[in-house]
Design a protein around this ligand. Structure first.
Ligand code: CUO
Length: 640
């Protein structure tokens, strides 16, 4: 496809050679798209970031630039005008600017630079049909001398990083049109998806004989973990900077990035946030008290700690979490003395690769938990569903032993061609190794003694049974490691009911194909409604990471199922459009979060007094079963 661009749209550099280029590509073109000449709006702000500089959403200056470009695009009167300005901007504006259509296509944020070089070679030398997939080595960023490296398959998983990127794409924290940010429960969802990441990461640590995370809670302590990404940014033609072990944070003073923040600022914001939590209210910009109550407290705190433009008071409570990313990502060059750009923590598409991501978010979660622990515990009455009881639960893989789950390694091929300007064109596949599990089915026996048809919300969680010392976990620890596996509505006839649900139907995950369609060649055109839907559809935990890895000898877990009263939980709304199937972590596009209970319910608060073990927590509409996750160290090739 070639865009027939008006002469005035060409950059000064290309104008003199435009005829020559035209004649060179002319006969190979299959489709010509005429571009209307319009008077181009003022792009000075978006163009103030150089084309080859690294773009980061965590930098306020870059956020303003992106916000301005989004405004310009949103304010175009017609699709034709939007196309014109997009074509004009394409050769002038930094390509990393966080507009989905551009950023979708950067595999360099996900894979090793050596692999990219090999892919380029393959695409030059070999004809499309007979190209070999280039194997991304199994674990290339470090050796087993580093214990944290045991978790490479989680931190560097393509699907997990794509999910995280998409989540932040769907829930931006800043845009000058407030309506783009104002989404139902976005603050609470920010808290919840990251809480779940930390819970999942901790279960993976148990799956590798590592103790749970220690939060990065003392900003003047060195960061013990180092990280060497081994990736090149194609935009900046630079390697992503590493961070050495035991690097300390320093005050940031980087003039070119308009960054001048002190560690003391972070500490002041943190202290004020704690103070607000302990007082039970925050002070908004006009001096009014906004209560941190059961209904909206967590949502307010989410927006305030992240922070987003929905924060009640960004002057007082600052921008703690985002700045944490920035401080860590510049720890190697805080004053720009070495002219180095930010590390992987500075970008949402790469941040989860770095071990320190989990320590930082574990700290952020600790602040949220301070609030949660001050809310009244759920009473038995609030938890129970009178007349409804669970008689039994079982999980089965096809042909395996009941209540045993199995994980293994899988090799899959993903087409990466869209992200590269390789010539000649055609598919180039990367072959990578990821965790996988045998699909399984839940069978739940539920009695409905109410004498009438009822509706239940089935909530499924899993957590390790024992702590690091092999002792049964206390409820207050275990609840923070409960990972959500599924949530769905079911109808209950009077009498006994048998509910069957497949792991592939999970409300947490999206199928493998959809995770990797993000890197696909057949994306809808930029700026279209289909593209917005496509972006949303890319959000969702990758199904291949639904089940933690487990141990060769078996990781003992407890599976928890609750059937709550749907009358208390339901949100009445029409679900239209596609991709409302990963709502647990991603919500539903342009709709309310489809659950009236708090996210993580019933484990988001401390248990009622006297309950120190999960088994004492159970009301008749809940049940648990022991499940063993066994890891088989074998690798199978996925058949596409
Ligand atoms: Cu998702 Cu810190 O919010 O990376």
């Amino acid at each position: 496809t070639v865009f027939d661009v008006p002469d005035s749209f060409l950059t000064d550099r290309y104008r003199p050679i435009s005829n020559e280029v035209q004649s060179r590509v002319g006969d190979k073109v299959e489709q010509r798209v005429p571009v209307r000449e319009i008077s181009i709006p003022d792009l000075r702000i978006p163009m103030s970031l150089g084309r080859d500089e690294q773009f980061s959403l965590f930098l306020p200056k870059h956020r303003r630039i992106a916000g301005r470009l989004i405004d310009i695009f949103m304010n175009m009167r017609s699709v034709d005008d939007l196309q014109s300005v997009a074509v004009y901007a394409r050769d002038r504006v930094n390509p990393g600017l966080d507009l989905p259509s551009f950023s979708q296509t950067f595999p360099d944020r996900f894979i090793d630079s050596q692999v990219i070089r090999k892919m380029r070679e393959e695409s030059f030398v070999v004809q499309p049909g007979s190209r070999m997939p280039i194997t991304i080595p199994r674990d290339y960023t470090a050796s087993d001398l580093d214990p944290e490296h045991r978790l490479w398959y989680f931190r560097e998983d393509l699907g997990i990083n794509l999910h995280h990127w998409h989540w932040h794409l769907v829930y931006p924290f800043e845009a000058s049109a407030r309506s783009i940010v104002t989404k139902d429960c976005r603050g609470e969802l920010f808290y919840y998806i990251h809480q779940q990441v930390i819970a999942r990461f901790n279960v993976e640590r148990f799956s590798n004989n590592l103790a749970r995370l220690l939060p990065f809670n003392n900003l003047s302590h060195p960061i013990s973990e180092g990280y060497f990404p081994k990736m090149d940014s194609l935009v900046a033609s630079r390697a992503w900077p590493p961070r050495f072990e035991s690097t300390r944070l320093s005050d940031l003073n980087r003039e070119a990035d308009q960054l001048n923040v002190e560690i003391g600022d972070l500490e002041r914001w943190r202290d004020r946030i704690y103070e607000a939590i302990h007082q039970g209210f925050v002070m908004d910009e006009r001096g009014n008290r906004v209560p941190l109550d059961e209904a909206t407290g967590i949502d307010t705190l989410g927006n305030m700690i992240e922070s987003s433009i929905l924060s009640p008071n960004r002057v007082l409570y600052g921008d703690l979490h985002n700045n944490g990313h920035t401080f860590i990502s510049y720890a190697h060059d805080p004053t720009s003395k070495h002219l180095e750009s930010f590390g992987v923590m500075g970008d949402v598409s790469t941040a989860m690769r770095d071990p320190v991501f989990y320590k930082w978010h574990s700290y952020i979660d600790r602040i949220f938990q301070e609030h949660k622990s001050r809310l009244p515990a759920y009473t038995e009455n609030q938890l129970n569903y009178s007349g409804v009881s669970i008689a039994g639960i079982q999980v089965d893989t096809n042909g395996g032993r009941p209540n045993n789950l199995t994980t293994f390694w899988q090799k899959s091929d993903v087409d990466m061609s869209r992200g590269f300007d390789f010539l000649p064109r055609g598919n180039v596949f990367a072959r990578f190794t990821h965790l996988q599990h045998l699909p399984f089915t839940y069978t739940i026996s539920v009695n409905n003694d109410s004498g009438a048809q009822r509706f239940g919300y089935v909530r499924i969680f899993m957590a390790p049974k024992n702590d690091e010392r092999g002792q049964p976990m206390l409820m207050r620890d275990q609840r923070s490691m409960m990972i959500e596996l599924d949530k769905f509505v079911t109808s209950l006839n009077p009498g006994p009911n048998t509910i069957r649900r497949r792991s592939t139907e999970s409300s947490v995950t999206i199928p493998f194909e959809r995770t990797f369609r993000n890197l696909d060649a057949n994306r809808p055109a930029a700026g279209t409604a289909e593209e917005l839907e496509f972006n949303f559809c890319g959000c969702g935990w990758p199904n291949h990471m639904l089940v933690p890895k487990g141990l060769p000898e078996g990781l003992q877990c407890v599976l928890f199922i609750m059937v709550s009263n749907y009358e208390n939980d339901r949100i009445d709304q029409q679900l239209v459009g596609r991709c409302s199937d990963a709502a647990s972590y991603c919500g539903v596009r342009d709709r309310l979060y489809p659950d009236r209970q708090s996210m993580g319910f019933p484990f988001d608060r401390l248990p009622r007094s006297g309950v120190d073990r999960l088994v004492n927590f159970l009301t008749p509409n809940m049940s648990i079963v022991d499940v063993t996750i066994r890891h088989e160290n074998r690798t199978v090739q996925r058949q596409n």
